[in-house]
Write a protein that binds this ligand. Structure first.
Ligand code: PLP
Length: 397
């Protein structure tokens, strides 16, 4: 079989996360899973809320005629109406069902948005560190992915972003709370970004869109606020899902919330719905759409993740690791004590501790620890984290 060169190259480069995950499977077979500390995947830890199971069972028992049939490509009207009412409060803008498109997860939402916006060679800019799939998603739709460096502690570097914007820039893509850093952009940052994008949009005579990827919006700690981009900037779109907040990534249910202020609003919304269809998603999973209205505002217990964050941060800080404490999501992105973080990650792996090198996220010199794991995994990995850290500092790696 002769497959596309692009895919052949991508397989060869293969995502670091997948590579480490697959190494982990081998190690678990060899040493037993209790002796392997796998921090590679962002698979949510707690099981979904009990209410989800009750609602699914009810739907199955009720067995309403037509419940498995096609529907409008944007999703059930009742689901979108319920979401619009809920999100109008969350985002502080008046949303109607027409601003909501139900999607196959946040990944589906991003692909639908990029398919709708991008002409060939249009640029999408994202700050470092970024979610590993952004480049592939952009290239899926003929776009060119550009990343810009951030300031220390992962703060948005607005001058660098401004410099990166060109007449080909179609969108800026942010992710807050961030995977892999746990950074949440403050309100002043979002307002300053909006001011910058408005000025550049006016200068070019066409909008530069702001896309916010927000599957971790409800997983925040210590009272952190996640500001609304829909309230800050008219040409904005939120891509998100229930994958992380309800622990259901396998169910592939998410949505796009489009700003009521979008330029060419109606045509843009029609474009999103058409893209959902012609990308082959057709519509988001029906069963999940039927139960979501009863789950709005419900999340898994966020304190579980806070406890894990604190356990990990306290343990690593005591050893001497340097990092910015995450404000949200369930990842820690420490600095590697070795300049070559791949070598450091390999040394951790030799102690059966699996993490992911930062270069996959555009940030060499860092590595990612996904702490959506059992508390014991965090505690039992500490001696290994300490041994490898000390060896690295002593120049013995
Ligand atoms: N965006 C970010 C930042 C993520 O971390 C993930 C999944 O880990 C996704 C998007 C994809 O989410 P979903 O499973 O809802 O498609």
């Amino acid at each position: 079989m002769s497959i596309a060169k692009k895919i052949e190259e991508s397989i060869a480069k293969s995502s670091w996360i997948r590579r480490m995950f697959e190494d982990g499977i081998r190690l678990k077979e060899q040493y037993g899973s209790e002796n392997v500390f796998d921090f590679t995947l962002g698979n949510p830890f707690p099981e979904p809320p009990e209410k989800l199971h009750v609602l699914i069972q009810k739907e199955i028992i009720d067995n309403k005629p037509g419940m498995h049939g096609y529907m409008p490509n944007a999703g059930y009207v009742e689901t979108r109406q319920a979401l619009a009412a809920h999100l109008s409060d969350v985002y502080g803008v008046p949303l109607t069902s027409s601003h909501i498109v139900m999607t196959c997860g946040a990944g589906g939402a991003l692909n639908v948005i990029l398919k709708t916006l991008l002409d060939p060679q249009d640029e999408v800019i994202a700050p470092v560190p970024f979610f590993v799939e952004y480049q592939a998603y952009t290239e899926n739709h003929g776009g060119v992915f550009k990343s810009v460096a951030s300031e220390s502690h992962f703060a948005l570097n607005l001058p660098a972003l401004e410099q990166a914007i060109t007449p080909k820039t179609k969108a800026v893509l942010i992710n807050s709370p961030n995977n892999p850093s746990g950074k949440v952009y403050e309100r002043e940052t979002i307002d300053a970004l909006a001011t910058l994008l408005k000025a550049r949009s006016t200068a070019y005579g066409r909008p530069i869109y702001l896309i916010s990827d927000e599957p971790y919006r409800d997983i925040v700690y210590d009272g952190t606020e996640v500001p609304s981009i829909l309230a800050a900037y008219p040409d904005s779109l939120v891509a998100t899902s229930f994958s992380k907040t309800l622990s259901i990534p396998g169910e592939r249910i998410g949505y796009i919330a489009a700003s009521p202020g979008l330029a060419d609003g109606t045509i843009a919304l029609e474009g999103l719905v058409l893209s959902n269809r012609i990308l082959g998603y057709v519509n988001a999973p029906a069963l999940m759409q039927r139960i979501i209205p009863a789950l709005l505002g419900v999340t898994v217990d966020i304190d579980i993740y806070k406890r894990k964050r604190d356990l990990l941060c306290d343990g690593l800080a005591a050893i001497g690791y340097e990092f910015t404490k995450p404000m949200g999501a369930f990842y820690l992105f420490p600095e590697s004590p070795l300049e070559d973080e791949v070598a450091f990650v390999r040394a951790l792996q030799a102690k059966n501790i699996l993490t992911v090198p930062g270069r996959g996220f555009g940030a060499p010199g860092f590595f990612r620890i996904a702490y959506c794991v059992a508390d014991e995994t965090i505690m039992n990995a500490m001696p290994g984290f300490e041994e490898v850290f000390k060896k690295a500092k002593a120049g013995r790696l």
